[in-house]
Design a protein around this ligand. Structure first.
Ligand code: FAD
Length: 349
């Protein structure tokens, strides 16, 4: 209950901030700001014309410097890059990051704090909100006014409009697929270059809370395939694939299409693929140009993660499978015949 104390459905009267100032918590990789953080900047832009946007980057070494230079010109709405340089932030651990954002917020008093709703944002933002004693509003898909937001409920089957009426900063995680940056942004850099300011971290040195967690290791799959969350084409397999070995068939098809591979929770639970491939309510939300589902029944929890796909293609041997109700193109047939045939007919990349 406490978590929702400051949020109320529409009936509350909003506080109108005359000036909006937003802090975007950004992730970087290989010297560039991640695509999901650019979407968070896009969301910040839609808060209002007079919004002054600062982007917070943390880490150390040359890749941070490179990312800072990239951040300063990655989006026209960035007016300042705040750089927290310390080995403590090389890995995105929630405890030190929460302290960092708390420190930055105390100094700058932003009206809004935004980050993408990935594993980083879901981990960090609620902790900062607790430190500031405000209620975060999560998984925003639309911004109507600076304090009026749209977010999915009931596994994406309905949308609620939520007004923030709290007294602290408005803390938001945004669904990146709902705030795609304009395609022109990808090919051209912003002409304006924001200033880069160092964050004074001296007060964090004695803070025991940031020493509570330590980085052990990260396990990722080495793959040249695009990131599932941002891929233009996604091919997904369900329980019907029956084994990890059979998923290789889907991987071959993905290679031909330059696609990312996804899976249903049933396929993940059966151990066919790791859980970072899960698409749906409790997995990744995707919004590709083309989503191909093989042997996927179309449970509502799965559909919650694919609703924003532009074209959905489904292959299922059951003509009454619910996936056909949302598919733009459906093929009733056996995936063990169709996947190899399709792969063979597609040109080699
Ligand atoms: P099934 O439902 O078993 O469907 C298999 C399909 O394959 C059937 O339609 C069948 O006709 C078809 N088929 C079988 N053999 C073949 C063949 N040879 N060729 C072609 N078609 C074939 N699920 C998710 O996916 N993502 C989530 O994030 C998620 N979150 C959940 C959260 C909660 C709280 C709960 C309760 C459930 C969640 N689920 C999620 C699970 C979800 O309800 C379904 O159980 C799951 O999506 C089913 O996966 P599936 O379609 O692979 O398997």
């Amino acid at each position: 209950l406490k978590a929702f104390r400051n949020c109320s459905i529409i009936s509350h009267i909003s506080r109108n901030h005359r000036f909006i100032s937003t802090l975007v918590l950004a992730e970087h990789e290989g010297g560039s700001v991640k695509a999901s953080s650019i979407s968070a900047l896009e969301a910040a832009k839609s808060l209002g014309e007079d919004n002054s946007v600062s982007l917070l980057l943390a880490g150390s070494g040359p890749s941070l410097q490179e990312a800072a230079a990239n951040a300063a010109s990655c989006h026209p709405s960035v007016s300042k890059v705040l750089l927290a340089e310390s080995d403590r932030f090389v890995h995105p651990l929630a405890e030190p990051w929460a302290r960092l954002v708390h420190l930055v917020q105390q100094k700058h008093s932003f009206s809004h704090v935004i980050t993408a709703s990935g594993s980083f944002g879901k981990n960090v933002l609620p902790r900062v909100a607790a430190l500031l004693d405000v209620s975060p509003i999560t998984d925003i898909t639309g911004i109507k006014e600076p304090h009026l937001f749209i977010r999915p409920i009931y596994a994406g089957n309905a949308f609620s409009t939520v007004r923030f009426s709290g007294s602290g900063p408005c803390m938001l995680t945004i669904r990146s697929t709902s705030f795609p940056p304009p395609s022109a942004l990808a090919s051209s850099k912003s002409s304006s270059t924001a200033s880069i300011d160092q964050v004074d971290l001296s007060s964090l040195e004695e803070d025991d809370a940031i020493k509570k967690s330590k980085y052990v290791k990260i396990s990722t799959q080495d793959t040249d395939r695009p990131d599932l969350g941002n891929a233009r084409v996604v091919v997904t397999g369900g329980r019907a694939l029956k084994s990890a070995e059979n998923f290789k068939m889907l991987e071959k098809l993905a290679e031909r299409l330059g696609a990312a591979v996804g899976a249903t929770r049933a396929a993940v639970d059966a151990g066919f693929v790791p859980n970072d491939l899960q698409v749906g309510q409790t997995g990744k939300i995707v919004a590709p140009d083309l989503y191909m589902a093989f042997g996927v029944s179309g449970a509502i929890q799965h559909l919650a993660g694919i609703r924003d796909s532009k074209v959905i293609v489904a292959v299922n041997k059951d003509a009454d499978a619910p996936i056909f109700q949302v598919a733009d193109y459906g093929l009733v047939g056996d995936l063990f015949d169709i996947i190899p045939e399709l792969t063979e007919k597609l040109p080699d990349k």
